[in-house]
Every structure is written in structure tokens, then in C-alpha cells.
Write a protein that binds this ligand. Structure first.
Ligand SMILES: Cc1cc2nc3c(=O)[nH]c(=O)nc-3n(C[C@H](O)[C@H](O)[C@H](O)COP(=O)(O)O)c2cc1C
Length: 189
């Protein structure tokens, strides 16, 4: 049900308290149930962000973690935010939280107005090419990852979605493909 909701949304927000320097247990269970999507990403063209609420300290790393998760799931990620306050909240703390939330809302709205299918950064291009080549070389039809990539046409594609790569990115993509193919076939032999 939640995957269906995310698939039909333009924007998705993952929110959690900071519990012992991590996401809550229920959020972690949700992420683990979504684990297969890291192998078979699908939330392209959708904007993602994260919110962490905490009492004292450690939430910035949780925001970073959730934003990385969002990227792995295929989303376009807008940097998340962390709010800090203990009960009872002071007026100053409330004002600070309001200001963080207002800035974050603006960023998220701006993210929703950006092109849905941006040209990938080098890191994302590298991750796609390395994954798709190792899946192509090392797996076969008995693997769900293999058939998913094959059926999406990703073994032949420049990237997860149609995009116009410049000369340098095209060359980098081909290089990553050939290095990955060589490394993975060496591993197999
Ligand atoms: C089990 C537990 C662990 C927590 N760990 C942290 C922590 O590591 N850092 C922190 O700043 N706050 C921590 N807190 C405080 C919560 O992040 C904070 O109170 C939050 O607003 C709680 O949200 P909730 O009311 O939805 O549970 C913890 C609270 C609980 C109950």
C-alpha cells in the first residue's frame, strides 16, 4: 500500500525521531521491507526529502542516512532537516524549529519544480553503469534483478531513464562499463 502511494506521488517525505542515533525501529523495518528496491530502483522523477526530530544530538547523520536511502530508491533528493528540542520547548527553540521547517519547505517546493529527469551526476552515472554491468555479467534469468534490468532495457540504456549525456559523461559511462565487465568476469573465472 505504501509503495503504491509513493508511486502515485510527486513528492515523498520520510520522517522519524532520532532514537539512539538512528531512525526509529518502525522506520527501519519499513526501510528493510523496501530493501529490494535498492536492487530494483523505481521512484524516478519524484522528489524526496527527510525530517528528523530529536531531543539533543546526532540527528544530522540520520538525515544524511535517510537522504542516501532516498537516492538509492531512485528519488531526486532534496537535503533533509533535523529539529532539536526537549520538553518543555522554549519559545526560542520553537522559533528555530519554525525557521528550519520554513526553509526546508521552500527547498522541497523548489525541488518539486526542478526538471523531473535531470542529467545524472558522475557518481550516479557510475553507480548505474557499475550495477547494470555487474548484473548483466554475473547474473542470469533466474535472478529477479537480472530480469528487471533486462525488461526495463537498462542493459542497453545510458541511464535509468532517457537523458542526454555530454561527451565526457558518455565516455565515463563506457569506461565504467568496460572496467566493471573486466573486473566481474575476472572474479568469475
Ligand atoms: C529510545 C529513545 C532514544 C532516543 N535517542 C535520542 C538520541 O540519540 N538523540 C537525541 O537527540 N534524542 C534522542 N531521543 C529523544 C527523541 O529523539 C525526541 O524526544 C523525539 O522528539 C521523540 O519523538 P517521539 O515523541 O515521536 O517518540 C530518544 C528518545 C527515545 C525514546
Amino acid at each position: 500500500m505504501l509503495i503504491e502511494k509513493m508511486m502515485t506521488s510527486d513528492g515523498v517525505v520520510f520522517a522519524t525521531p532520532n532514537y539512539s542515533y538512528q531512525v526509529s525501529a518502525i522506520m527501519k523495518m519499513f526501510l528493510d521491507r523496501l530493501g529490494f528496491v535498492f536492487h530494483r530502483p523505481r521512484f524516478f522523477g519524484k522528489t524526496f526529502t527527510s525530517i528528523v526530530a530529536q531531543g539533543i544530538y546526532g540527528g544530522s547523520k540520520v538525515v544524511k542516512y535517510l537522504d542516501f536511502v532516498g537516492m538509492g530508491l531512485g528519488f531526486n533528493v532534496v537535503k533533509g532537516s533535523c529539529t532539536t528540542a526537549l520538553d518543555p520547548m522554549s519559545e526560542k527553540e520553537r522559533e528555530k524549529i519554525d525557521s528550519i521547517v520554513a526553509g526546508h519547505s521552500k527547498r522541497f517546493h523548489a525541488g518539486l519544480s526542478q526538471p523531473q529527469y535531470p542529467v545524472p551526476a558522475f557518481f550516479k552515472l557510475w553507480a548505474f553503469r557499475a550495477a547494470r554491468t555487474s548484473i548483466r555479467v554475473m547474473l542470469d534469468e533466474t535472478s529477479r534483478d537480472f530480469t528487471y534490468y533486462r525488461d526495463k532495457g537498462w542493459f542497453e540504456a545510458d541511464y535509468f531513464y532517457p537523458t542526454r549525456l555530454g561527451v565526457l559523461k558518455k565516455a565515463t559511462g563506457s569506461l565504467v562499463d568496460s572496467i566493471t565487465a573486466r573486473m566481474t568476469s575476472n572474479r568469475e573465472s
